[in-house]
Design a protein around this ligand. Structure first.
Ligand code: SF4
Ligand code: SF4
Length: 181
């Protein structure tokens, strides 16, 4: 079997130890060839973008930062059942459940809610299993196009409800006010 046939890529070249001529030792042609390759790239389509000024369009199934959903009346959907934490392969989710008080019916949809809900974004691998496990439509990654930002301290990557629960719209605030009275 020849050496060329043994090459996996088929581009293997045998090294020649023949003495260079004077012209070859000036490397002019080699430099020119290299410059032509560089210049030819000036006219090809750029594959890089000026991030963060420019952001690529993300896929519809892109999984960003988690969002804890509210219903149309502004009440939190999560009932602290723990299924998301149980299904999480990275053990990134922790929570503390609490009983809803009669005066809190306008804040939480179910009788039990997550008093504390935390996700460690350094552990999370954005697999989306928590979203699939949730029986209450409470946690979503695919609807969020938000990237988890870069930070210096590890503690800052533990996202609590202040960062995870979706903000109230004006209609939700009005509904909460009506339901509270
Ligand atoms: S996306 Fe995956 S790794 Fe991240 S919290 Fe959910 S289940 Fe855990
Ligand atoms: S987010 Fe869903 S699965 Fe997780 S505790 Fe809340 S209701 Fe249960």
């Amino acid at each position: 079997m020849s050496i060329q046939a043994m090459s996996l890529s088929g581009r293997k070249k045998e090294v020649s130890n023949k003495k260079m001529t004077f012209v070859e030792s000036l490397y002019l042609w080699t430099i020119l060839k290299g410059m032509m390759i560089t210049i030819s790239h000036l006219f090809t389509r750029k594959v890089t973008i000026k991030y963060p000024e420019e952001v690529r369009e993300r896929s519809v199934v892109y999984r960003g930062q988690h969002s804890l959903k509210r219903d149309e009346q502004g009440r939190e959907n999560c009932t602290a059942c723990g299924l998301c934490a149980l299904s999480c392969p990275a053990e990134a989710i922790t929570m503390t459940a609490a009983e809803r008080l009669p005066s809190e019916k306008h804040l939480y949809r179910e009788e039990k809610y997550a008093k504390v809900y935390e996700i460690n974004m350094l552990r999370c691998i954005f697999c989306g299993l928590c979203e699939e496990a949730c029986p209450k439509d409470a946690v979503y990654l695919t609807e969020s196009k938000v990237l988890v930002p870069s930070m210096y301290d590890r503690e800052d990557f533990i996202f609590g409800k202040d960062k995870l629960v979706m903000p109230l719209t004006q209609a939700m605030k009005n509904a909460q006010l009506n339901n509270a009275n």
